[in-house]
Design a protein around this ligand. Sequence first.
Ligand code: MG
Ligand code: MG
Length: 256
Amino acid sequence: MDRRAQTIVLKSRREIDAMRRSGILLRKVLDEVAAAVAPGVSTLDLDRLAKARIIEGGGKPSFLRLYGFPGSVCVSVNEEVVHGIPSSRRILQEGDIITIDCGVNIKGWHADSAITAAVGRVAPDVERLMAVTQESLEKAIMACVEGNRLGDVGWAVQSHVESNGFHVIEHYGGHGIGRKVHEDPRVENFGPPAAGMRLKAGMVLAIEPMVAIGTGETEELSDEWTVVTTDKSYAAHYEHTVAITEKGPEILTIPE
Ligand code: MG
Ligand code: MG
């Protein structure tokens, strides 16, 4: 449990709209990068495409040099969960899955989103992992209403994932976002429900379930970035940036 004082920066309508501009560019970039995923493509090819499109669209890649990260996207293949480093030597193969996690900054406002894409045809259990992870994100977003608590959001993910026989990767989670990529609060992908901080209009959260077929235990590789599942089971990861408003959740990383 994180017991340090939390600093929650609430956003105005204008600020939420500014973040949506970053989110819309980010969506275009992710769609284009996902369309480029194919056998024979390297993860560095995808990084270069994302960076070029972000800059052409008037943005900056939020992740480039964030904490020293060398890429504009995190590219995590198969048992890799998060923070994979783009590389010309990592060539995608039929049957792989790849998570592309990207952030865009326009005029100082960040948006953060991730998708997992299949490289050609993937095994049926992997396809189901991807579907269940994406559904768990949708359920978490539906729980992003004023008066609910952070534990309700986490429980929406956990209950859906576990009822489908998969496991939440508990060591990593979502976060507040705004002028900084990572703001308070941390958004866990597990419950208990009806516990934790109460959600308020003006909070903007990056919600990002990470789910494994196996145990959900992870370790970091010697590159000090790439996180993999300890049992080498495949992991999926989807993320949206979501504003909590009086009218309900607004996903800022898809067009209105
Ligand atoms: Mg992300
Ligand atoms: Mg994030």
